[in-house]
Unconditional design. Structure first.
Length: 180
């Protein structure tokens, strides 16, 4: 499938190619224009976009209850696949969830090789004016239920095999400097 860049995505690609990045949180809107100063990308719900330009950025996906939840999940999964530094979900009606963050996974000591991976860890973000936000709590719980189905998780079996390979490499004598 040939994915296209979201609206305003070509501008972000040009910035990234020139070594620049937006300041602060970058917004991905599924609801049209927003009244925020943050750099914003726009996508129609249900449309698959190429989100690769979001790698290493702090991202907040903005939706509303008018957007079908499966479309929100598909957008979240596609954005997470680009491995942003952080990813959160914000509903205009008030619910907000931190979805997770990226981390480096070491795959070999010698040579030192690894890759970035997005780790899902949905946690509600509470409104400072309220003690607990029931909407945010319900949203976080719903995202937890979707992990492994609508929200793809990294393959635990592959990570377990990787752990075994690294342990064997250590047993052969590799040290932290990569020397035997």
């Amino acid at each position: 499938m040939n994915r296209h860049a979201p609206r305003n995505g070509e501008n972000l690609l040009r910035m990234r190619r020139n070594g620049l990045r937006p300041d602060g949180l970058t917004l991905v809107s599924l609801v049209g224009s927003l009244d925020y100063d943050n750099y914003t990308l726009y996508s129609d719900p249900g449309t698959d976009c190429d989100w690769s330009m979001l790698a290493g950025l702090e991202i907040e996906l903005v939706a509303s209850t008018a957007v079908p939840f499966p479309d929100v999940l598909r957008a979240l999964a596609n954005v997470a696949a680009s491995v942003p530094t952080t990813l959160s979900l914000f509903y205009l009606e008030g619910a907000r969830v931190d979805c997770g963050r990226s981390r480096f996974i070491l795959e070999s000591f010698n040579p030192k090789v690894g890759r970035m991976q997005f780790d899902w860890w949905p946690l509600q973000v509470n409104d400072p004016a309220k003690i607990l936000s029931p909407d945010s709590t319900r949203l976080a719980q719903r995202l937890w239920r979707e992990l492994g189905s609508a929200l793809p998780m990294p393959c635990d079996a592959a990570l377990y095999r990787l752990k075994l390979m690294l342990e064997k490499e250590l047993c052969r004598g590799a040290n932290d400097s990569g020397q035997y």
